[in-house]
Ligand binder design. Structure first.
Ligand SMILES: NC(=O)C1=CN([C@@H]2O[C@H](COP(=O)(O)OP(=O)(O)OC[C@H]3O[C@@H](n4cnc5c(N)ncnc54)[C@H](OP(=O)(O)O)[C@@H]3O)[C@@H](O)[C@H]2O)C=CC1
Ligand SMILES: CC(=O)[C@@H](O)[C@H](O)COP(=O)(O)O
Ligand SMILES: [Mn+2]
Length: 395
C-alpha cells in the first residue's frame, strides 16, 4: 500500500487528488491531510479517507477540527502550524506527498518532503519560483522523485525521454512549447481592463481552479511562473521555451526535437489526468476523466502572446533571465497584488504595476550559498514593499 500525504487537501488540486486516490483503494492510503482554515471540509475528508494525521495551518482552525471530529472513532491525530505541515510531509509511513498548498506558504513543507526523499507530486509551482536551486538540490541529495502535476509540465514530462536529466540538447530537444489558454481576458478590450471584477477574472474559460491561480491565468502571470518552473524542472533557460496561446486547452504542451518532430500530450482539461499520471507513474491508472473526443473539439488554434495586454508575462521572463532573488520577489509581489485585487484594493492592471514597482524597489541579490532563512527574508521584504505599492496606488 502506498501512503499519501496531501498538502492542501481542501483545495482544487487536493480534492482532485483524493478523487483519484479513492478510485484505487487497493493501491493508495491517505496518511495525512492538511488545510489552512477550512476545518469543516477537512473534517468531512477525514471521515471519508481516515488518515492517521490531520493538520490545520491555523491554530484556531485546528481547535475547531478537534471539536468537529470529537465523536469519530479512530480519529486522526490533529496537528497545527508550519511544524505540523513539515512533520506530515516527512512521515516514515508516507511514500508520496502531493504538494498542493497555494503560494510560497507551500515552500517549507514541500522542501521537507524533498529532504525526506519522498515522491513529490509538485502542483505548488511557487516553491520552484522562490527556491528552485534549493529544492532541486534537496531532491538530488535525498534521492527524492519530483513529478510535475502542473498540466503543462506533466505534459512536457510525458513528451521527454526518460534520460532528459542528461540535458535537453543531449536528448535532441530543440525547445519546449508551453501552451497557455490566454485566460478569460484574452479578447477583453485592453482599455477596459481596469473595470474587470474578481468574479470576471476568476471565470477561467477552460479550467476550474482556486482563486489565486485563476487570477494568475487572467494576467498570464501563471504562464510566467510556469516558464520559471519549466527552467528548473527540465534544466533549461528562457531561450529554449516558447509560450504558445492555445485557447482550447486540449494540447497541454509540446516538445520540439532537432529532427523536426514535435511531440504533444492532449487530453480534456481535467487535473485528474496529470495527478493520476504522477501517482501511477511509470504505470497508467484510471483517473475518472472522460476520453478526449476530437470531433467535439474540432479546432485547435494557436496565437502569439500579447505582451502589451499581459505585462506580467514579460516581467516573469525578465525575472527569469535576471535570476538571483528576482523570481522570489516577483512571486511575493504577485501574491500581495493578487490578494489586493481579490479584496478590490487595486484594479487588474494594478497587479502588474505593483509587481514592477516591487522589482524596481528591491536589489537583485545572488542566492548562491544562501539558506532558506535568506529566501524567507527576501519573501518578507518583497511583501512589505508590495504592500506599500498597493497602498500608494489606492491613495
Ligand atoms: N487548481 C489547479 O487546477 C492547478 C493548481 N496548480 C497549483 O496548485 C497549487 C494549489 O492550487 P489550488 O488547488 O487551485 O488552490 P486552492 O486555493 O483551491 O487550494 C489551496 C489549498 O492550500 C491551503 N492553504 C492555503 N493557504 C495556506 C497556508 N498559508 N498554509 C497551509 N495551507 C494553505 C488551502 O486550505 P483552505 O482550504 O483551508 O484555505 C487549500 O487546501 C497552487 O500552487 C497552484 O498554482 C497548478 C496547476 C493547476
Ligand atoms: C491546469 C493548469 O495547469 C493551469 O496552470 C492552467 O495552465 C491555467 O491555464 P492558463 O493556461 O490560462 O494559465
Ligand atoms: Mn498550468
Amino acid at each position: 500500500m502506498i501512503g499519501v500525504t496531501v498538502l492542501g487537501a481542501t483545495g482544487s488540486i487536493g480534492v482532485s487528488t483524493l478523487d483519484v486516490l479513492a478510485r484505487h483503494p487497493d493501491r493508495f492510503q491517505a496518511v495525512a491531510l492538511t488545510a489552512n482554515r477550512d476545518a469543516e471540509r477537512l473534517a468531512d475528508q477525514c471521515r471519508q479517507h481516515r488518515p492517521k494525521f490531520a493538520v490545520m495551518a491555523d491554530a484556531d482552525a485546528a481547535a475547531r477540527l478537534r471539536d468537529l471530529l470529537a465523536d469519530m472513532s479512530g480519529r486522526p491525530e490533529i496537528l497545527s502550524g508550519i511544524e505540523g505541515l513539515e512533520q506530515v510531509a516527512a512521515l516514515p509511513e508516507t511514500d508520496y506527498v502531493m504538494a498542493a498548498i497555494v503560494g510560497a506558504a507551500g515552500l517549507r513543507p514541500t522542501l521537507a518532503a524533498a529532504r525526506a526523499g519522498k515522491r513529490v507530486l509538485l502542483a505548488n509551482k511557487e516553491s520552484l519560483v522562490v527556491a528552485g536551486a534549493m529544492l532541486m538540490q534537496a531532491v538530488s541529495d535525498s534521492g527524492a522523485e519530483l513529478l510535475p502535476i502542473d498540466s503543462e509540465h506533466n505534459a512536457i514530462f510525458q513528451c521527454l525521454p526518460p534520460n532528459f536529466a542528461d540535458g535537453l540538447p543531449r536528448v535532441g530537444v530543440k525547445r519546449i512549447l508551453l501552451t497557455a489558454s490566454g485566460g478569460p481576458l484574452r479578447e477583453w478590450p485592453v482599455d477596459q481592463l481596469s473595470s474587470v471584477t474578481p468574479e470576471q477574472a476568476c471565470a477561467h474559460p477552460t479550467w476550474a481552479m482556486g482563486r489565486k491561480i485563476s487570477v494568475d491565468s487572467a494576467t498570464m502571470m501563471n504562464k510566467g511562473l510556469e516558464v520559471i518552473e519549466a527552467c528548473w524542472l527540465f534544466g533549461t533557460d528562457t531561450d529554449h521555451i516558447q509560450v504558445v496561446v492555445h485557447p482550447q486547452s486540449v494540447i497541454h504542451s509540446l516538445v520540439q526535437y532537432e529532427d523536426g518532430s514535435v511531440l504533444a500530450q492532449l487530453g480534456n482539461p481535467d487535473m485528474r489526468t496529470p495527478i493520476a499520471h504522477a501517482m501511477g507513474w511509470p504505470e497508467r491508472i484510471d483517473s475518472g476523466v472522460a476520453p478526449l473526443d476530437l470531433f467535439a473539439v474540432a479546432h485547435l488554434d494557436f496565437q502569439e502572446p500579447d505582451l502589451m495586454r499581459f505585462p506580467c508575462l514579460g516581467l516573469a521572463f525578465e525575472s527569469a533571465r535576471r535570476g538571483g532573488t528576482a523570481p522570489a520577489v516577483l512571486n511575493a509581489a504577485n501574491e500581495v497584488a493578487v490578494a489586493a485585487f481579490l479584496d478590490r484594493r487595486v484594479d487588474l492592471p494594478g497587479i502588474a504595476a505593483v509587481v514592477a514597482d516591487t522589482l524596481e524597489a528591491l536589489p537583485n541579490e545572488s542566492v548562491a550559498d544562501k539558506g532558506l532563512e535568506f529566501l524567507l527574508d527576501v519573501d518578507r521584504r518583497a511583501r512589505e514593499s508590495a504592500e506599500h505599492a498597493v497602498r500608494a496606488r489606492a491613495a
